[in-house]
Design a protein around this ligand. Structure first.
Ligand SMILES: [Zn+2]
Length: 375
């Protein structure tokens, strides 16, 4: 069979699988034929291939008012799984997810990675991954791959870490990270992956900018149904937008970046507190922390208003700091609105729905998307 015909047939099967994947309600062969414009024999043939591949199953019958009842169809979410690992200076977070990004298991391990080599981090991740898979009783034969999310950016050929100041890494080959892991493996930027998980959780249709508030600050943006990555995969490094020329020193070596004003480190590590201790003291009206928090919110609002000005879309706040933001969202929206010359009440601003799980789940989503594109 010529390759163009093979590719066309694969594309047809892929479209049918995608349509089933994205349908939340009851779906029959007739529904698929109508939605995709294929003949019923084409639908039959491709469905039987997908059933034989173990990816689709029949799922009961429609309520009938007479005649033959239509058989329902659905994808099998746990036909495959993917794992995401989030690496930060203080440890690992691991999550396994099925094809619908349902979390199958998760784990956190405290470790000190600050100033450690990528090889050291890779070995620790490999060891913890096997323990995690054993404890959760997950079937390795279904593994699509392991994506490791790092708080850093990579060289344009994606072979080395270019810049990861919160881990003190620069220039090391990513192969050092992968070589201890016996599954398909890749590395990705943490804010890009967590933004992707949030976008997926919202149906992957809306235009959305994501601002990740962790020890460092990053982000991602989704426009016209796809992530915008930039010419060098460095788009949306919102943390290093200058918001105060000559302002506070930043981990990148510059001054006045959004990250130097609004990172989690400013209200925790730099004060010798955990984030929970800071917010406890804030609730008890500690005056010093009250002033500091007000300064964080003022600068965060400037950053948010700038992102809104550039993209004119919904903005989602994620990362560890976002877990503490619910009591302050009304105030933050007010300050953002005051910075917006076009008016409005900043209702475009919302909080992450996945919370602390968004980085490892977003990393797992990398291999899920790759699988969906390959069917
Ligand atoms: Zn910076």
């Amino acid at each position: 069979m010529d390759s163009a015909l093979t590719e066309r047939r694969r594309q047809t099967r892929s479209n049918i699988y995608r349509c089933l994947y994205e349908t939340s309600g009851f779906c029959t062969r007739q529904t698929l034929a109508l939605a995709l414009g294929y003949s019923l024999p084409t639908i039959y043939q491709n469905l039987s291939e997908l059933v034989d591949m173990g990816l689709v199953r029949y799922s009961g019958e429609a309520q009938s008012t007479g005649g033959r009842r239509a058989a329902g169809l659905e994808i099998i979410p746990d036909a495959r799984m993917a794992v995401g690992i989030s690496v930060t200076a203080d440890g690992l977070r691991i999550a396994a997810a099925d094809l619908k990004l349902h979390e199958l298991a998760q784990s956190s391990v405290k470790m000190d990675f600050f100033g450690r080599s990528l090889q050291y981090i890779g070995r620790a991740a490999a060891e913890q991954l096997e323990l995690f898979l054993d404890r959760a009783g997950l079937d390795r034969s279904r593994m699509l791959g392991v994506c490791i999310a790092l708080p850093g950016i990579f060289t344009p050929d994606r072979s080395r870490v270019l810049f990861a100041p919160t881990l003190q890494l620069s220039g090391e080959p990513l192969d050092d990270l992968y070589k201890s892991i016996p599954y398909p493996c890749c590395a990705a930027n943490d804010a890009t992956r967590s933004g992707h998980a949030e976008w997926f959780a919202r149906g992957a249709k809306v235009d959305m900018a994501y601002l990740s508030l962790e020890s460092g600050i990053g982000g991602s943006v989704f426009i016209g149904g796809a992530p915008y990555l930039g010419s060098n995969h460095r788009s949306c490094e919102f943390g290093h937008m200058c918001i105060v020329p000559g302002g506070l020193p930043c981990s990148c070596g510059k001054q006045g970046c959004l990250e130097s004003y609004c990172s989690l480190d400013r209200i925790s590590r730099k004060l010798g507190l955990t984030p929970a201790q800071f917010f406890d003291a804030l609730e008890r009206h500690n005056p010093e922390y009250g002033l500091l928090w007000s300064d964080v919110l003022q600068h965060l609002a400037i950053g948010i208003a700038n992102i809104r000005m550039a993209f004119d879309c919904d903005i989602v706040l994620g990362g560890q700091l976002s877990q503490y933001l619910p009591p302050y969202m009304n105030l933050l929206r007010e300050i953002v609105a005051a910075n917006d010359p076009f008016g409005g009440n900043a209702s475009f601003l919302s909080l992450s729905v996945l919370g602390g799980r968004s980085v490892p789940l977003g990393a797992a989503l990398y291999y899920i998307n790759e699988f969906l594109d390959s069917i």
